[in-house]
Design a binder for this molecule. Structure first.
Ligand code: ADP
Ligand code: TYD
Length: 381
C-alpha cells in the first residue's frame, strides 16, 4: 500500500444468517469480541449511524471512549455530546475522520454498512456460528470482491465464532475469476520447490479455508522429459520443445488453472510461461515470438523469479542426492547455457514490464528468501 493511503475498515459481528442486530442491540454477548472491537478501533475515528450511536449512549451513558465518534444523521439540528462530530452523509463522515487519521472504522448499522461496502478497503468480521433472530443484517460478502486473508477460530462458552479479515481484491486481480495464480521461475536448483512449499505453509496459516493447488510444467506430457534426456546437446530440438511445452501448458490452463481460479482457489505453479521464454530463447529461438505465442494463456497474478548465479546452481545440484533429483538432463550440463538462462529471465522481466514479476535474490538463507516472498505476497494480495 502506498504511504499516506487512507484506509476505511468495516467492523461487524455477523451471525450465520447475516443478522447483526435486534432492536438496536447485539443479539449475543461475547466478551472476547468486545475486547477485539476495542483493540482494533481504539485511538481511531469510528463512524456510525444515529441509531447505533444512540444505542451506545444508552448502554454506556457516553460516546465510545478513546475514539473520535462521528455520527451520521439526516437531522440538520441534531444535538449531542460536544465531543461527537456530526455528519449528514457517509462521505462527509469519512472526510471528517481522515482529517485527523489515516484509518477510519465503520461500526454500523445496516444502512451505513451497505453504503460503506463499495468504499471499504478491509472488513474485520466476527462470524458467529449460529443463526439469530433480528431486524438488521450485514450485506453479502462476495468472493469476487473480497479475499479472506486471515481467519482465527474461537470457542466461546456456548457459542463458537471466528475472527476473519477480508481485503478488497485489487482491480487487477479481478479478471473474471476469484482465485490467485502464482508462478515460480528460475534456473534448476535455484530453490523454487523449497520456496513453493514455504509459501503454501504461509497461505495455509492465514486461513485453513484457503485451498491451494500445486502444479508444474511439464504438466502431463512426460515425453518432454524423454526428449530432455535423449541427447546432451542443450541447443538441439528447440522448436519441438517450445511447441510441446506450450501445448502442454494450454492443457494445464484449461484443465486445472482456470477451473480452480474460478472456484476461488490459489494455484501455485513450479515453472510457467517464462520458462519457455528463458530456456527456448537460450536454445536460439526468438524471445518476442515465444512471448507472442503464449499470449492467449492466462497470466499469473504474481511471478517470482528466484535468481542465483550459475555457479551456485551447479554447486547445489552437485550436492543433491541424484536419487531425489532424477538424472541430469541436457540443460544442467553447460555453465554457459545456464548463464544465458539467467540473462534471459532478467531480460524477459524487462520486456514484460506491465506484469507483476519479482526477482528474488536466491543466494540467501531459505528463511530470508521466504520472508521476502511472503511479504510481497501479503502486499499484493
Ligand atoms: P528447484 O526446485 O528450483 O530446482 P530446490 O528447491 O529443489 O530448487 O533446491 C535445489 C537444492 O538447493 C536443494 O538441494 C535445496 O535443498 C537447496 N536449497 C534450496 N534453497 C536453498 C538456499 N536458500 N540455500 C542453500 N541451498 C538451498
Ligand atoms: P524440471 O521439471 O524442473 O526438470 P527436472 O525435475 O528433471 O530437473 O524441468 C525440466 C527442464 O525443462 C528444466 O531444465 C527446464 C526446462 N524447461 C524448458 O526448457 N522449457 C519450458 O517451458 C519448461 C517449463 C521447462
Amino acid at each position: 500500500m502506498p504511504e499516506n493511503k487512507k484506509e476505511l475498515i468495516i467492523i461487524a459481528g455477523v451471525a450465520k444468517n447475516n443478522v447483526i442486530g435486534s432492536k438496536n442491540q447485539l443479539p449475543w454477548h461475547i466478551k472476547e469480541d468486545l475486547k477485539r472491537f476495542k483493540e482494533l478501533t481504539f485511538g481511531n475515528p469510528v463512524i456510525m449511524g444515529r441509531n447505533t450511536y444512540e444505542s451506545i449512549l444508552q448502554a454506556l451513558g457516553k460516546p465510545l471512549p478513546g475514539r473520535k465518534n462521528i455520527v451520521i444523521t439526516s437531522n440538520a439540528n441534531y444535538q449531542t455530546n460536544p465531543e461527537t462530530l456530526i455528519a449528514h452523509s457517509l462521505q462527509e463522515a469519512i472526510q471528517k475522520a481522515y482529517e485527523s487519521s489515516d484509518k477510519a472504522f465503520i461500526i454500523g448499522g445496516q444502512q451505513i454498512y451497505q453504503q460503506a461496502m463499495p468504499l471499504a478497503d478491509k472488513l474485520e468480521i466476527t462470524h458467529i456460528h449460529r443463526s439469530f433472530k433480528g431486524d438488521a443484517s450485514f450485506p453479502e460478502i462476495k468472493g469476487e470482491d473480497w479475499l479472506e486473508t486471515k481467519r482465527e477460530e474461537k470457542k466461546g462458552e456456548n457459542l463458537d465464532f471466528s475472527f476473519s479479515t477480508y481485503k478488497k481484491r485489487p482491480q487487477s486481480l479481478k479478471v473474471n475469476k476469484n482465485g490467485i495464480f502464482i508462478a515460480f521461475e528460475g534456473i534448476d536448483g535455484c530453490g523454487k520447490s523449497t520456496q513453493i512449499r514455504n509459501l503454501v505453509e504461509h497461505i495455509f496459516n492465514k486461513s485453513k479455508y484457503n485451498h491451494i493447488i500445486l502444479t508444474r510444467n511439464p504438466y502431463k506430457n512426460m515425453n518432454i522429459r524423454d526428449i530432455l534426456h535423449q541427447d546432451s546437446d542443450p541447443y538441439s530440438q528447440a522448436e519441438k520443445l517450445a511447441d510441446l511445452f506450450i501445448i502442454d501448458r494450454k492443457q494445464m490452463a484449461e484443465e486445472m488453472v482456470i477451473p480452480n481460479l474460478e472456484k476461488g482457489h490459489f494455484v501455485l505453479s513450479d515453472r510457467y510461461k517464462l520458462s519457455t521464454i528463458a530456456y527456448q530463447t537460450a536454445q536460439g529461438l526468438n524471445m518476442q515470438q515465444l512471448i507472442d505465442k503464449q499470449n492467449s494463456l492466462p497470466d499469473p497474478d504474481i511471478v517470482f523469479i528466484v535468481d542465483i548465479s550459475p555457479e551456485e546452481a551447479i554447486r547445489r545440484m552437485k550436492k543433491e542426492d541424484i536419487s531425489i533429483r532424477g538424472k541430469e538432463h541436457k540443460f544442467e550440463a553447460s555453465i554457459d547455457f545456464i548463464r544465458k538462462l539467467r540473462e534471459n529471465y532478467l531480460k524477459a522481466k524487462e520486456m514484460l514490464k506491465d506484469r507483476k514479476i519479482f526477482i528474488i535474490n536466491g543466494e540467501r538463507t531459505r528463511e530470508e528468501i521466504t520472508e521476502e516472498i511472503c511479504k510481497i505476497f501479503d502486499m499484493e494480495i
